[in-house]
Ligand binder design. Structure first.
Ligand code: BGC
Length: 736
């Protein structure tokens, strides 16, 4: 077929050059269509299914044993896709090139806690640069599933419970990744909210509520981040598996949102050929992990027999190539050999995120910051002598500096690919470096009596409490494991000046809260977590993080107190992990998300429950006062307030705007991150982002006219002021 004819068939204008797909002035989709028309059917069929390198034999010479590999078409400049996990850093060196390392960011929850899209972008740009330098060109980053359950195994990989915050932060991170001319994904589309039996969970939620919550987060992330790819999840939604769900993949993603890139499956998430292809799946990933290679010979046969139209195959490849071109990858091929990486500069990014993301939960009687002149400080537990905890699963990064502690899992669905791992970032050393000659020691915490004795001898005792979470498993209780509550009790009884540092993947119960003066949520703080924590403890910098998810007072407050199992109660996992179980032998089972769109803090508001710490909450060492608050309606509702830093140190205030219409519970519609030097003030206007509350109609966010109850707060539970305004004029925001 001539190129001219090919372009005409693709609906493109006459080509200016012999190879119109190289014309960078043309839209990506048009260039992609031109490429597709130059490809043979075999070439197209090869590009719609990817290999899982660890199981590929024999391996092509240029294959790195990472998450995925899709051979390219060199004669047309179509790149081989080299895929690596994920959002916290380049994770796929772990199994592969022994001794290779990468920079580990804090957990995505920590990034979310910064409420700072610029930092999310910086983190994404950093890991994207490392991916490219390690010759990867598709980073499987961009997790944005809303935290519906506080016990979720992957909550730490996601960006919290609020659609606007999650969408904005994930979108910024994706944009950062793709600034390196590589593809990022947004995942796991959609409602992949539970890890227990994650391949069998049939997530049930009515469509209006789904579109108002989880899909809203995805839409905002796609709007802001423009990811080249969307990864469909393992679970089912309302009876259809994510990766063959026509409502999700076609009605929502294409018909409503006009998403131009490609849908790749999660690894082991494909269950059919025709149904998946016709529903909107464009590429089968990690094919060896599926029960069959559905998009290999079966798809070729289906196309040949007309059961899947040839035009649909063309569309699949066009969408893949649109993502490849739009991200810049086609025009900026990745290097074929590993390039040098400035790990020091990258570690600074990880540290900045950790510093800005840790949350000060309690600070009675000025217990913090610690005085640098303290004589004796004892650190207790959590391996704080050598490192900080990291979460487990495909996102796990083998970080610069090595692994001071590693505990293999003996059983459970994650045992084949996750291990309990610490990053080499010693709080002990970091604290020693900041004190003026104090005696800083460490005891393990294994023996509460010995820990209490050490605490009694010290001026300050700092207990490091850990709660490990991993992909493929949920935690069964929010109570801290391994008798750590008893350890904290013993230390608190021995020394009234005891500080608890939590290294957790989400909330933990705190029965000892009244007994300790200070508590810090450090999350999984990444490879510079120890250094970040030390600076915060001594007040070299102030706390700026705010909770991106509600911390419950008890499990009874949760919509589902524990993970749901096929029998409806607690029990062993059946088949949770990619490659670890053949889910076809087991039947999907429903998980009813009866809270609807009232996710997280909205659920507490609906139920009248008071959590332990609300969404958006976080203390600072400095003090802010708020005055002159007033609200405006019109086309763009907003709140204006003057924020004054009354304290004696620089800090970050975070006024948050919540809105509700009718009888709905309030939701976050905007925030402002106000950095203020001591004794200065700033007047800021927080405007309502229509994407947080409007319906998506005919390609635009359509805000409903009428009354909006606006609340400006310091968190979801504490108001600075409130008013009802009228949206008097129809207002829209165009999708980009
Ligand atoms: C995870 C994905 C990941 C993929 C490839 C799956 O088990 O759910 O998030 O990107 O593996 O490693």
């Amino acid at each position: 077929m001539s190129l001219i004819l090919a372009s005409l068939l693709a609906g493109a204008a006459l080509p200016q050059a012999a190879e119109p797909w190289r014309d960078t002035t043309r839209p990506a989709a048009q260039r992609a269509a031109a490429l597709v028309h130059a490809m043979t059917r075999d070439e197209k069929l090869r590009y719609v299914h990817g290999l899982f390198p660890p199981l590929t034999k024999p391996a092509p010479a240029d294959m790195i044993p990472s998450a995925g590999y899709v051979p390219g078409v060199p004669r047309l400049g179509i790149p081989t896709l080299r895929e690596s996990d994920a959002s916290l850093g380049v994770a796929n060196q772990v199994e592969q090139r022994k001794g290779d390392v990468a920079t580990a960011l804090p957990s995505s929850l920590a990034t979310a806690a910064t409420f700072d899209p610029a930092l999310a972008y910086a983190g994404g740009a950093m890991i994207g640069a490392e991916a490219r330098a390690k010759t990867f060109n598709v980073l499987l980053a961009g997790g944005v599933d809303l935290t519906r359950d506080a016990w979720g195994g992957r909550d730490f990989e996601y960006v919290g419970e609020d659609p606007l915050l999650a969408g904005v932060m994930a979108g910024a991170s994706i944009k950062g990744v793709q600034s390196n001319h590589i593809v990022s994904t947004v995942k796991h589309f959609a409602l992949n909210a539970q890890e227990t039996d994650r391949m069998l969970v049939d997530a049930r939620l009515d469509r209006p509520a789904l579109e108002d919550s989880d899909l809203r987060a995805f839409h905002i992330a796609i709007d802001d981040g423009q990811p080249g790819s969307v990864m469909c999840g393992y679970n089912l939604v309302n009876g259809d598996w994510d990766c063959e769900n026509a409502y999700l993949l076609t009605t929502v993603l294409r018909d409503q949102w006009k998403y131009p890139g490609f849908v790749m499956s999660d690894w082991g998430g494909v269950h059919s050929t025709e149904k998946a292809a016709l529903a909107g799946l464009d590429q089968e990933s990690g094919q060896e992990l599926d029960k069959a290679i559905y998009f290999g010979k079966p798809l070729a046969d289906a196309v040949a027999a007309g059961r899947v139209p040839e035009a649909r195959l063309d569309q699949m490849v066009t969408r893949i190539l649109t993502g490849v071109i739009a991200s810049g990858l086609y025009d900026h091929p990745t290097p074929t050999t590993a390039q040098p990486i400035d790990y020091d500069a990258h570690a600074d990014v990880a540290q900045k995120v950790a510093e800005q993301g840790m949350v000060l939960l309690k600070n009675a009687d000025g217990a913090l910051p610690l005085a640098k002149t303290a004589k004796r400080i004892v650190l207790i537990g959590g391996h704080a002598d050598v490192g900080v905890l990291s979460g487990g699963g495909s996102s796990q990064v083998r970080s610069v500096g090595g692994v001071p502690v590693e505990i293999p899992l003996k059983n459970g669905p994650a045992a084949s690919f996750a291990r309990i791992t610490w990053h080499n970032s010693s709080p002990l050393k970091a604290i020693q470096a900041l004190t003026l000659g104090a005696e800083v020691t460490y005891v393990s915490g294994d023996d509460p009596a010995a820990a209490a004795a050490a605490a009694r001898r010290a001026d300050v005792a700092i207990v490091f409490a850990t709660q490990w979470r991993t992909e493929a498993e949920d935690i069964q209780t929010l109570a801290l494991p391994d008798d750590q509550d008893a350890l904290i009790d013993a230390v608190a009884a021995a020394n009234p000046h005891s500080v608890v540092v939590l290294e957790t993947g989400g909330p933990a119960l705190m029965p000892w809260l009244d007994k300790v003066p200070a508590v810090i949520e450090a999350w999984y703080p990444g490879q510079r977590g120890g250094e970040a924590l030390a600076r915060l403890l001594f007040g070299d910098i102030d706390f700026a993080g705010r909770l991106p998810m509600t911390f419950p007072a008890s499990e009874a407050q949760l919509p589902r107190p524990h993970p749901v199992t096929p029998t409806g109660g607690a029990g062993p996992d059946a088949a949770s992990n990619a490659g670890s179980g053949d889910s076809s032998a087991l039947a999907p089972f429903p998980v009813e998300y009866r809270e609807g769109a009232d996710v997280g803090y909205r659920w507490y508001a609906a139920k009248g429950e008071t959590p332990l710490f609300p969404f958006g909450y976080g203390l600072t060492y400095t003090h802010f006062s708020y005055s002159g608050v007033h609200f405006a309606g019109g086309a763009t509702p907003s709140a204006t307030v003057t924020v004054r830093n009354d304290g004696d140190r620089a800090g970050v205030a975070l006024p948050q705007l919540y809105a509700a219409t009718g009888s709905e519970t309030p939701r976050l519609v905007g925030w402002s991150r106000v950095e203020l030097a001591p004794d200065t003030a700033k007047t800021v206007t927080v405007t309502l982002d229509p994407r947080a509350i409007a319906a998506w109609r005919n390609g635009a966010w359509a805000l409903a006219d009428g009354a909006y109850r606006l609340t400006l707060g310091t968190d979801a539970s504490h108001a600075i002021g409130a008013a009802t305004v009228t949206l008097s004029q129809h207002s829209t925001k165009k999708a980009s």
